[in-house]
Design a binder for this molecule. Structure first.
Ligand SMILES: *[C@@H]1O[C@H](CO)[C@@H](O)[C@H](O)[C@H]1NC(C)=O
Ligand SMILES: *[C@@H]1O[C@H](CO)[C@@H](O)[C@H](O)[C@H]1NC(C)=O
Ligand SMILES: *[C@@H]1O[C@H](CO)[C@@H](O)[C@H](O)[C@H]1NC(C)=O
Ligand SMILES: *[C@@H]1O[C@H](CO)[C@@H](O)[C@H](O)[C@H]1NC(C)=O
Ligand SMILES: *[C@@H]1O[C@H](CO)[C@@H](O)[C@H](O)[C@H]1NC(C)=O
Length: 345
């Protein structure tokens, strides 16, 4: 670096003595241009430094004349980037940026439920303006939901004029006798459409058939529909296997098909058994036979250990299989101890 004082001093010394030296190519300054730009200049030639487009300096351009000394004066030009207006905030969205200076680009994104009205990025131009203009985040809206066949809207309130906003819901109802498949509630999505619409279908069930040894009642109608009910019953000595009442399901069949099962005659003359946790005399408890599904436990003897254990038997549609380990004594064999009087194993 040559001090300005030294430049002035040497200029004074050489003033007359030297006819004139040429000036070299001027120094490169960041973000600036020199006009005209040459390899050398004769004394008296002028150059102008100015900032490149997009850059500015305080005090504007600088003009210099090549002195006889052949040395360009010190240049204090400082070019700095233009700064675009603050754009760091996007309502209902976010801005990504480093600085707002030329020639940077900033980018935008909207929150869910909003869409970008405009471009997703903007550049700070040479003029210090954003291009294209800054976008806005506009709320997503859904048009009125389409109406599925055989359905009506039971809850619907457009919240944005005739439209709905993101997350708004609408609820459908099926016409009478129609059954809903899918969710009755639809929601306005961030894509501006509704979630999947439900379907309303007519559901009929066949007339239930009469069970053997029993009967069935159902409404006297042309057809039976979803939620219609039928009730079953059995004739004497028969027990219903299944619920008394059944319902027509969404799938078009009945919730169950009960049947009538025969009761069991008890072939054992005398025995104490366990029935529903209590010791009962089988011949008394089941005078009229055991009902289908009834379960009892018979006592059997373990001869070696001289103790008793139990085995289960169940009445299944008229058949009660007495456990083979159960031994019925003749009423004459009074000296024999019955299994149910022997201590348990
Ligand atoms: C997008 O934004 C511009 C300017 O803010 C506005 O005039 C225009 O109506 C908007 N368009 C939509 C579809 O919202
Ligand atoms: C809603 O729709 C009706 C009928 O299409 C129309 O006349 C009305 O201007 C709309 N209202 C708004 C707020 O868009
Ligand atoms: C129906 O959709 C709503 C919201 O869309 C949800 O909250 C609800 O759990 C859904 N119901 C069923 C039965 O899937
Ligand atoms: C809603 O629009 C999105 C995006 O276009 C699409 O992926 C989606 O399947 C649509 N949803 C329905 C229920 O139509
Ligand atoms: C009704 O029908 C469906 C499909 O046809 C079957 O999966 C279901 O087990 C049936 N329900 C009864 C109670 O029979």
């Amino acid at each position: 670096m040559i001090s300005p004082v030294l430049v002035l001093f040497s200029g004074f010394l050489c003033h007359v003595a030297i006819a004139g030296r040429t000036c070299p190519k001027p120094d490169d300054l960041p973000f600036s241009v020199v006009v005209p730009l040459k390899a050398s200049y004769d004394p008296g030639e002028q150059i102008t430094y100015s900032c490149k487009p997009g850059y500015v300096s305080r005090g504007g351009m600088r003009r210099f004349t090549c002195p006889l000394t052949g040395m360009w004066p010190i240049n204090t030009l400082k070019c700095t980037p233009r700064v675009c207006p603050f754009a760091g905030i996007l309502e209902n969205g976010a801005v990504r940026y480093t600085t707002f200076e030329y020639p940077n680009t900033i980018s935008f994104a909207c929150n869910t439920g909003f869409y970008l009205n405009g471009t997703n990025s903007a550049k700070c131009t040479e003029e210090g303006k954003w291009s294209p203009e800054l976008p806005v985040c506009t709320p997503v809206t859904c048009p009125p939901p389409p109406l599925p066949k055989f359905a009506t809207l039971s809850v619907y309130k457009p919240s944005a004029g005739n439209n709905s906003l993101y997350r708004d819901t609408a609820v459908f109802e099926c016409l009478p006798l129609y059954v809903m498949f899918g969710n009755d509630t639809v929601t306005c999505t961030s894509h501006g459409n509704w979630t999947e619409l439900p379907e309303c279908r007519e559901v009929k069930c066949p007339f239930p058939s009469r069970p053997d040894n029993g009967f069935v009642n159902y409404p006297a109608k042309q057809a039976l529909y979803y939620k219609d009910k039928a009730t079953y019953g059995c004739h004497d000595a028969y027990t219903l296997d299944g619920p008394e009442e059944v319902e027509c399901t969404k799938l078009g069949n009945w919730s169950a098909t009960p049947s009538c099962k025969a009761s069991c005659k008890v072939s054992v003359k005398k025995a104490t058994v366990i029935y529903q946790g209590e010791r009962v005399k089988i011949q008394e408890k089941f005078k009229n036979g055991m009902l289908h599904g009834d379960k009892v436990s018979f006592f059997c003897k373990n001869k070696e250990k001289k103790c008793s254990y139990t085995e289960d038997a169940q009445c299944i549609d008229g058949t009660l299989e007495v456990p083979t380990c159960f031994k019925e004594h003749s009423s004459l064999a009074f000296w024999k101890t019955d299994a149910w009087d022997v201590k348990p194993c």
